[in-house]
Ligand binder design. Structure first.
Ligand SMILES: Cc1cc2nc3c(=O)[nH]c(=O)nc-3n(C[C@H](O)[C@H](O)[C@H](O)COP(=O)(O)OP(=O)(O)OC[C@H]3O[C@@H](n4cnc5c(N)ncnc54)[C@H](O)[C@@H]3O)c2cc1C
Length: 320
């Protein structure tokens, strides 16, 4: 059986859960087994999950998430139901939960997978970028259960049906009181970059921390959110939660505008599946232009203010 670990964020089912169910069902079909979900959150959301073709939803009812407690309770559940494969989101929470769970279960864990397959021998293949994204490694775990964390938005999500199937089974919490999360604050008012439809990203080409004020203004005018390259994050110009790429977030917005970003393989790994890519760069040989649908060659400090004026002018004309 394939067990996916569903997540709750601000009292809603976190979108990664639907990706995991979609992928879990595909894998389960190939190994001719069922799909269960372990869900840490509220009962109402657990009930909603029954519309996604699961066999069982194991509910650890909780209004807060404590990694150690979650890992202890899930480890005890997994020891009981013995799934072959366990899939967890490569989210902040999943990245914190999965290694704890792997240690408790004394099993292997492949982090940050971008592809999962079952080969003709029935082996579970876990595919993820390695060596700075230059090669895709295929990993086969020998121990059971085979555990993987999966990147958001790289798998096909499950679709809701009107009918319900399966049942909810309560999981006995295993208490662990060392640490308590008192509150969770949203990363940004306009939301997480992984959810955004429009992202304006700034890179080292901004030249200084203050350059992000211009990126923020551009994002506000377009109703988007701010992203960044790792160099901008490493220089302390912006928080890590904005980083796009291999060691940051994977994003798939309708519009991605890269400003002063060269387009390293590691950056592209996180944004190249965006629907439309615009690049602003003063170097015509910058690799970002190879993936861009629209390339604007020039100084971003001249181009962005002009684009902001154009958008505002257009808005005025359209009366919005
Ligand atoms: C294991 C590993 C993981 C990594 N993970 C990530 C990751 O998740 N995300 C990520 O982004 N990187 C990641 N990197 C780093 C990556 O290799 C690059 O170093 C980084 O992406 C470069 O950032 P940048 O494009 O902002 O800077 P640069 O490569 O320095 O590019 C700056 C660009 O700005 C342009 N420019 C300069 N001034 C202007 C101007 N005034 N107007 C217009 N254009 C201008 C330049 O022509 C240049 O193309 C990772 C590296 C490793 C080894």
């Amino acid at each position: 059986m394939v067990l996916i670990v569903g997540e709750e964020r601000q009292e809603k089912i976190a979108p990664i859960t639907y990706d995991l169910i979609g992928e879990g069902k595909e894998l389960a079909e190939k190994i001719e087994e069922g799909v269960d979900c372990a869900y840490i959150g509220n009962r109402k959301n657990a009930g909603e999950l029954l519309h996604y073709g699961l066999d069982r939803v194991f509910l650890l009812e909780s209004d807060e998430f404590i990694e150690e407690e979650g890992a202890s309770s899930l480890a005890s559940l997994i020891e009981k139901i013995k799934p072959t494969i366990v899939l967890i989101g490569a989210t902040n929470r999943g990245r914190s939960l999965a290694p704890r769970l792997a240690v408790k279960l004394e099993t292997g864990l492949t982090a940050d997978c971008t592809g999962l397959e079952i080969n003709e021998k029935g082996e579970f293949l876990q595919i993820r970028p390695a060596f700075g994204g230059n090669v895709m490694a295929t990993i086969v775990t020998k121990t059971l259960p085979k555990m993987a964390t999966v990147r958001y938005k790289v798998m096909d999500r499950a679709h809701r049906t009107d009918e319900k199937s399966g049942s909810i089974q309560d999981v006995e919490p295993v208490p662990y009181n060392k640490k308590k999360i008192l509150n969770l604050y949203p990363i940004e008012e306009r939301g997480d970059i992984t959810e955004a439809e429009i992202i304006i990203s700034g890179g080292k080409g901004l030249g200084k921390k203050d350059g992000f004020k211009l990126i923020e203004e551009f994002a506000n005018v377009l109703g988007g959110v701010v992203g960044a390259s790792r160099k901008a994050v490493d220089d302390g110009w912006i928080d890590y939660s904005h980083q796009v790429g291999l060691s940051g977030r994977t994003v798939k917005p309708k519009l991605y505008i890269a400003c002063g970003i060269s387009g390293s393989v590691q950056h592209l790994a996180g944004m190249q599946t965006s629907e439309h890519i615009v690049a602003i760069n003063e170097n015509e040989a910058a690799p970002i232009f190879k993936v861009a649908d629209v390339g604007i060659l020039g100084d971003l400090y001249e181009i962005i203010p002009r684009l902001i004026d154009e958008v505002e002018e257009y808005r005025k004309k359209m009366g919005s």
